[in-house]
Write a protein that binds this ligand. Structure first.
Ligand SMILES: [Zn+2]
Length: 166
């Protein structure tokens, strides 16, 4: 719990200088970003986003999972976002294992059989961006007038490269 204690201490200074308590709930820039949970990604910084600007939905890989779609639908239907950007990144941990690898590790570590559970790893970074943009584009829950773009963030250079617009 040492880190949590650090958080509480850090938050004391943050909240003392806090002046953003009256922002509206809908994102000011009407956009939702789906990206990876990788600790080296600071999407608000590398995209120029301020507090209140965007929904940033993160999971392992930035995959268009059922739960990511759930969040995107809420973002669009209830909170007014009208654009989606999917961002995967170089050196992603999701290319380093297969479902079979992780299932074996879980069996060994936890004694649990996960069966055919899909943890959504991928072997090809650019293809995974295209696949996730396509999954979102084909979802009946995301209307065609919502632009969906896909990009790759380079963790070594900090640059964002466009891959696809749908
Ligand atoms: Zn990643």
């Amino acid at each position: 719990m040492a880190t949590f204690d650090d958080f509480l201490t850090a938050n004391q200074s943050y909240s003392q200088a806090f002046e953003l308590g009256n922002l509206p709930m809908p994102p000011a820039r009407n956009i939702a970003v789906l990206t990876c949970m990788d600790a080296r990604l600071h999407p608000e910084k590398f995209l120029g986003l301020d507090v209140g600007d965007a929904h940033v939905i993160r999971n392992a890989g930035g995959r268009a999972s059922e739960d990511a779609i759930r969040s995107l639908v809420i973002s669009e239907r209830l909170l007014g976002t009208t654009e989606i950007v999917v961002i995967h990144h170089t050196d992603c941990g999701m290319v380093t294992f297969t479902n079979a690898d992780l299932a074996a590790k879980i069996q060994q570590d936890l004694g649990v059989d996960v069966g055919d559970r899909d943890f959504l790893p991928f072997p090809d970074l650019e293809q995974s961006v295209r696949d996730d943009v396509a999954i979102l584009r084909e979802s009946p829950l995301i209307p065609q007038d919502i632009p969906i773009s896909g990009a790759i963030y380079d963790v070594h250079s900090g640059t964002l490269q466009e891959i696809v617009r749908a």
